[in-house]
Write a protein that binds this ligand. Sequence first.
Ligand SMILES: Nc1ncnc2c1ncn2[C@@H]1O[C@H](COP(=O)(O)OP(=O)(O)OP(=O)(O)O)[C@@H](O)[C@H]1O
Length: 215
Amino acid sequence: MTVIQFNGVSKTYRGQSVLANVTLSIEAGRTYGVVGPNGAGKSVLLRLMCGLTLPSTGEVIIHPDYLDKHRTYPDRFGVAIDGPAYIPSLSAEAQLLELARIRNRIGLAEVRDVLKEIGLNAPLRKKARAYSQGMKQKLSLAQAFMESPDVLLLDEPFNALDRESMHRVKDLIHARHRAGATIVFTSHHGADIDELTDEVFEIDAGAVLMNRRRG
Ligand SMILES: Nc1ncnc2c1ncn2[C@@H]1O[C@H](COP(=O)(O)OP(=O)(O)OP(=O)(O)O)[C@@H](O)[C@H]1O
């Protein structure tokens, strides 16, 4: 089943083309890597996949099974794109609980579980604004993983993580993959791409080239 379909998608910012005429499909249950130099358009590609950015021309179609009941917004998507998004005045636990209330699928126990799995051991009273870069990255990832989403879109998920934390996040990615989730992540590290992905999208001068790696 195709989860996300791009048909002739182009993205231009103030007359500057970032992506040109991209046609691709993201198939359920597969793990994709997105590679390319700084500024190639990797984050823009991920943002287009979940509607955070709209195409300048062409269309992005999300399978209706992955849309909310009004068929408007992606549902069961876990997204960590463009650096950590956090509420500076709340602790990790408090803000994940706030976010969890929106969909009401999980509660405190699951929030605590994901923080433990990701290894974010901030003191409860410490506010996110005082977190280190790696802690903020873990918070962003915890938010993406916490509802066990069917689709994960992760922009450079291993950035700023120490070795042990990187292994924890890789374990989480493997676990979601085994559970049948569809995963797309960007990385500048060939080893992560080799280890985790079935297919790789390489962005080159606005074009997206696909390389099948396995399966
Ligand atoms: N909101 C925006 N307004 C204007 N230009 C933008 C916007 N978002 C992205 N761009 C431009 O689109 C291009 C691609 O940016 P993008 O963040 O996708 O690159 P990237 O491949 O993720 O790079 P990096 O490896 O450095 O993270 C860049 O030239 C960037 O300046």
